[in-house]
Each structure stands twice: as structure tokens, then as C-alpha cells.
Ligand binder design. Structure first.
Ligand code: PAF
Length: 306
């Protein structure tokens, strides 16, 4: 028996007014149904080209919202988070396909605005800065990327007004930056991280996997293999983790590593050799012309002298 919620096509809206009307209709309907558990509004923010990883976020959002709650999925390819020469123009877009997938996992509303709806005055003059979190790793390779992400996330939070927002752990630094923004700027929303969904062979699901040729897809498996090798060396200290992950990447053909780092999962600072405790092993690499990222939590024990 399927565990998916009954299939129903979500309402697709693209303007602020339509979104606000739907929110008012939902709030009014909720207040009329006396006796029911009041539901929460949950949001999953995406750039579309939805895959199983996104659908898992939406299922989790449905559970967080409750049967009387409202699940809103935003689909918006945010120009602010793409640098010059990045894949903004070729980023896969398939609104009809996305809506069909969302009908199967319990989304109520799809908010799919155009850039002029999100940025009615053109590029925003005032933006959110990810600070130090936005300057290392992804931030070092893609300057301004996390500032662009946080700016749109905060705007979408203001527009959608969710009680809870769900983000994939695959974009670990993004999740961390969003948590930090919510805490530092007193944004009244609960942030929930959802584990990465992987193919059976370990490849983390990503909309950018669509760019990979079959040979490149095979090569891309080196990223998850490296993370597993690193995690398996957790009892040999931080240096052991990095060493074993690095060995896999060094032996992989056609994989150009951007960074491999073992960091504190709250500050994103690289851990020292004598570190012990929970850490995050992060990798970014280019396979052909596609840039991929992946990560894995590692419980590091200090290296025991043998
Ligand atoms: O993770 C993404 O798809 C995007 O960075 C997000 C959070 C939707 C903001 O544009």
C-alpha cells in the first residue's frame, strides 16, 4: 500500500497577491473548522527541476505541517545566487513536470514567481550578508553565492510566512547559513534539516546531476566514495579522515577537486588535528563542466598512538 498522501494537484500561484489570497483563504478555513488541531504552514524552497531529494523534503514538510496544515513549495531560480559564467541560463526548468511530482507528495501550494515579482525594484540594494560563513568553502569558490541565497530565503520567508522551513542537508553550508541567519536576525521560523537522498550507488541527488554524461556520472561516484572512506577513518583522528578521503579523490580520473574539508558543523571552521567530536566532511569537485558538492557527518575520535 502506498504511504503517499492522496494525490491532489497543488494550487499554482505566481504573484504576491495570489499567494496572500490563498493564505487568507487557508487561515479562514482553519478558523471555521473548530475542534481540529491547528495546522502549521511549512515551506520547502527550491529552484525547481525537482528530484526525489526535494520530494522527501515535501513529505517531511507534510508531516511537520500536520493534516490541517499548509505545505507551500517555492520554485524560483534566484539570479542573485549565481555568479558570472555560472549556469543561471541553462539551469533546468520544468514547472509542469515539477507540479505533477508535487501532486503525489502532499504539497498544497506552489509559489512560482518570476524575478520581477521577487525583485520588483530590480537587484536589491540592501542584502543579507552570510558574513564569515559565506566567505569560506562554497563562499570562497562562489563569492556572494550565500549572500544571494540568504537574501532570497529571507524574502521568501516574509512572503510565505511559514512556521517551519525545511532544507536539505546536502547543501550543508547553506543550511548552516540559514540557521545562523534565523538565529542572528531573530526570524520567527523553525528550521529543519532533512538528510541527503542518495542513489543506490551513493551519488547524492542533485538537479545538476542532469548535466552529467553516463561516464561523468560514474566518475562523480568518487565524491561519495571519498566521504565514506573519510568517515571510516574517524577513529584515526581528523588527519586520518582527510587523508583517506583525499586518497580516493587523488585516485579518481576526471574529478577536479575544489575543496575537501573537515569542519566544525556550527562555525564551518576547519578542525585541528587534535579535534574530537562531531564534524562535517565536505567536498566540492568539478566533473566535466559540472560542479558537484556532497558532505557527510563524521564523529571524530582523537588519533590513538599505536
Ligand atoms: O537550495 C536551493 O535550491 C536554493 O539555494 C534555495 C534555498 C531555493 C534558494 O534559492
Amino acid at each position: 500500500m502506498s504511504t503517499e498522501p492522496a494525490q491532489r494537484t497543488p494550487l499554482v500561484v505566481s504573484t504576491r497577491e495570489e499567494l496572500r489570497d490563498e493564505q487568507m483563504r487557508w487561515a479562514l478555513a482553519g478558523s471555521l473548522e473548530a475542534g481540529d488541531e491547528p495546522g502549521r504552514r511549512a515551506v520547502v524552497m527550491t529552484m525547481g527541476a525537482l528530484h526525489e531529494g526535494h520530494l522527501e523534503l515535501v513529505r517531511r514538510a507534510r508531516a511537520e505541517a500536520g493534516p490541517a496544515g499548509q505545505v507551500v513549495v517555492t520554485i524560483f531560480v534566484n539570479p542573485l545566487q549565481f555568479g558570472a559564467g555560472e549556469d543561471l541560463d541553462k539551469y533546468p526548468r520544468d514547472l509542469d513536470g515539477d507540479v505533477a511530482k508535487l501532486a503525489e507528495v502532499g504539497a498544497d501550494v506552489v509559489f512560482a514567481p518570476t524575478p520581477d515579482v521577487v525583485y520588483p525594484d530590480g537587484d536589491p540594494v540592501v542584502r543579507v550578508s552570510a558574513g564569515r560563513v559565506g566567505e569560506v568553502l562554497e563562499g570562497a569558490s562562489r563569492p556572494g553565492h550565500l549572500d544571494g541565497v540568504l537574501t532570497v530565503v529571507l524574502k521568501l520567508m516574509h512572503l510565505v510566512r511559514p512556521d517551519v522551513a525545511l532544507f536539505g542537508e546536502k547543501d550543508a553550508q547553506q543550511l548552516l547559513a540559514v540557521r545562523r541567519m534565523v538565529r542572528d536576525l531573530e526570524v520567527s521560523v523553525e528550521v529543519v534539516g532533512v538528510p541527503t537522498v542518495r542513489e543506490a550507488d551513493g551519488l547524492a541527488l542533485s538537479s545538476r546531476n542532469a548535466y552529467l554524461s553516463p561516464e561523468e556520472r560514474e566518475r562523480a561516484l568518487a565524491l561519495s566514495r571519498a566521504l565514506r572512506a573519510g568517515a571510516a577513518a574517524a577513529d584515526r583522528g581528523a588527519a586520518g579522515v582527510i587523508n583517506d578521503a583525499r586518497e580516493v579523490l587523488d585516485g579518481a580520473d576526471g574529478v577536479v577537486v575544489d575543496y575537501l574539508a573537515l569542519v566544525d558543523p556550527v562555525t564551518v571552521d576547519a578542525v585541528t588535528d587534535d579535534f574530537s567530536g562531531p564534524a562535517l566532511l565536505l567536498v566540492a569537485a568539478r566533473v566535466g563542466s559540472t560542479r558537484l558538492i556532497d558532505n557527510q557527518a563524521v564523529e571524530v575520535s582523537p588519533e590513538v598512538q599505536r
